[in-house]
Design a protein around this ligand. Structure first.
Ligand SMILES: Nc1ncnc2c1ncn2[C@@H]1O[C@H](COP(=O)(O)OP(=O)(O)OC[C@H]2O[C@@H]([n+]3cccc(C(=O)O)c3)[C@H](O)[C@@H]2O)[C@@H](O)[C@H]1O
Ligand SMILES: Nc1ncnc2c1ncn2[C@@H]1O[C@H](COP(=O)(O)OP(=O)(O)OP(=O)(O)O)[C@@H](O)[C@H]1O
Ligand SMILES: [Mg+2]
Length: 274
């Protein structure tokens, strides 16, 4: 195995094979344990897009909340699923299907379009060709902001959906979807998440759905794999320690290196890696 590959697998805690039921239980117990130990926290808050990752994390959250409420014999905890469309969401039906599958304690919908547009227009800077791409990051950060607003009002924790295939490529917005309080999917690659959704009886169209960040106005629903220039199957193989083609391995590792700052706290004088 390549040296950096072994290091990445160790750092991100990826297993080559999983038992989906065991990994689901691990994540649910992790959420329950953290809530139980942190007495001030009463809710889990998560943006639900209708995509694979938030459907899985949402089901884990709701399971944790249901079990805690049952064990403590009072309805003390809640899971708040937050729908955050920018205008009209093209895959809205998937989001509604995910809600039906998860059955969240509460659903809140916030259309982020007006705030994103106002915020983007208020910054006097020339963005040139990058404008649409940069606006995508503003959308991700607006979603983060709304979730923290709700968490603040409900004594909640913001749940993130970062997993190994996203972490290794740094494919998230820094302090946008990359910002959260707790990460139940951390350690899983994309196909392992899919395996767990299948085990849970999730509607097939949700776990076979093409992953998309869906952030750019001019490239609606652009598949992550097109944006990344890498297939998740290849990234997953790499994360499972398999040998992949040289070019893809180099590409993954180059992304890993340049996005290091996104996986750490802000750099200081005392960080040895700077
Ligand atoms: N070496 C360094 N040390 C410390 N900080 C550094 C840095 N280089 C850049 N930075 C900072 O990082 C910023 C760039 O990072 P960032 O703002 O994240 O922007 P960037 O990484 O350029 O873009 C985010 C990428 O993630 C994708 N994404 C976003 C959200 C969701 C999903 C999804 O899958 O759903 C995917 C999105 O499509 C795009 O390709 C720079 O503007 C700078 O402030
Ligand atoms: N339209 C949206 N509404 C609510 N939350 C969103 C929306 N778009 C993104 N998010 C939040 O940002 C996270 C990151 O998006 P990402 O696309 O990586 O995950 P996903 O949509 O859940 O799954 P997939 O990768 O399969 O598309 C989501 O899991 C979700 O929490
Ligand atoms: Mg998505």
């Amino acid at each position: 195995m390549r040296q950096l590959q072994a290091e990445i697998i160790k750092t991100l805690h990826v297993q080559p094979n999983i038992d989906p039921a065991i990994e689901f239980r691990k994540s649910v117990d992790f959420l329950k344990g953290y809530l139980t130990r942190n007495k001030a926290s009463k809710a889990l808050v998560l943006g639900l897009s209708g995509g694979q990752d938030s459907t899985l994390a949402g089901f884990m959250c709701q399971t944790a909340i249901n079990e805690l409420n049952l064990e403590q014999q009072e309805q003390m905890y809640e899971f708040i699923a937050v729908r955050l469309p920018y205008g009209i969401q093209l895959d809205e039906q998937d989001c509604l299907d995910a809600i039906q599958f998860i059955k969240p304690s509460r659903v809140i919908t916030v259309n982020i379009q007006a705030s994103v547009d106002a915020s983007f227009a208020s910054v006097p800077i020339r963005r040139g060709e990058k404008a649409d791409f940069l606006k995508g990051n503003v959308k991700a950060r607006e979603r983060m902001k709304v979730q923290y607003d709700i968490a603040g009002a409900t004594d909640g924790l913001v749940v993130g959906t970062d997993h190994a295939a996203e972490a290794v490529t740094g494919f998230f917005t820094k302090f946008g979807d990359g910002a959260a309080d707790i990460l139940p999917l951390y350690r899983l690659n994309k196909r392992q998440g899919k395996q767990i959704l299948k085990e849970l009886g999730c509607p097939e169209h949700l776990y076979t759905k093409t992953p998309t960040a869906d952030l750019e106005d001019n490239k609606p629903q652009i598949p992550d794999e097109t944006a990344l220039g890498l297939r998740y199957d290849v990234i997953d193989d790499y994360l499972e320690g398999k040998e992949i083609d040289y070019e893809s391995a180099e590409r993954i590792e180059a992304r890993y290196v340049v996005t290091k700052h996104k996986r750490l706290s802000p750099v200081t004088l005392f960080d040895p890696w700077q």
